[in-house]
Write a protein of this length. Structure first.
Length: 162
């Protein structure tokens, strides 16, 4: 078997290209880069969503491939990351391929910002293949974020994040 048989030229990489995704958190526009974690720039803080990747990160939300992270870890990190975005920190989020777990995180962040259809928003603004499984869709639908929204509002009102 030769190299061309192992790696056909028609093969397209599974990894998503990094894209900028924008949200509004209580009227403040914030943005985060997203894609495969393998494509993260050294100049951006990392939100790593892949348990199998051993690269440094600022925020670790471990999940197995095609899986979902622990709800309490996700909720805690969502709040921390929302605060970091409000503070204008430059973040990059990703998993191995940049679609399933990355899509789940982005959809949960969209839900936190008040999007009525967070999965639809991420599929429109990021990648139409984001949030790959029915289990991931159910996870996004079931996660509760209303208390985190109120906590962010009070923090903004008290100018804690400035």
């Amino acid at each position: 078997m030769n190299v061309k048989e192992l790696f056909p030229t028609s093969h397209k990489p599974y990894y998503s290209k990094p894209r900028l995704v924008t949200f509004k958190i209580w009227g403040r526009r914030v943005s985060i880069m997203a894609g495969s974690y393998w494509g993260k720039s050294l100049f951006l803080e990392g939100v790593k969503l892949a348990a199998e990747i051993d690269k440094p990160c600022s925020f670790d939300i471990p999940a197995a491939d095609f899986g979902t992270p622990d709800v309490e870890i996700m909720r805690a990190k969502l709040y921390e990351i929302a605060v970091a975005l409000i503070q204008k920190r430059q973040l990059y989020c990703g998993c191995a391929g940049g679609l399933g777990r990355t899509g789940v995180f982005l959809a949960c962040l969209a839900k936190l910002t008040g999007e009525s259809d967070p999965i639809g928003y991420i599929r429109m603004m990021y990648d139409k293949r984001a949030v790959e499984t029915k289990r991931q869709e159910a996870y996004v639908e079931s996660i509760k974020v209303w208390d985190l929204r109120i906590k962010l509002l009070f923090g903004l009102a008290l100018r804690r994040y400035v």
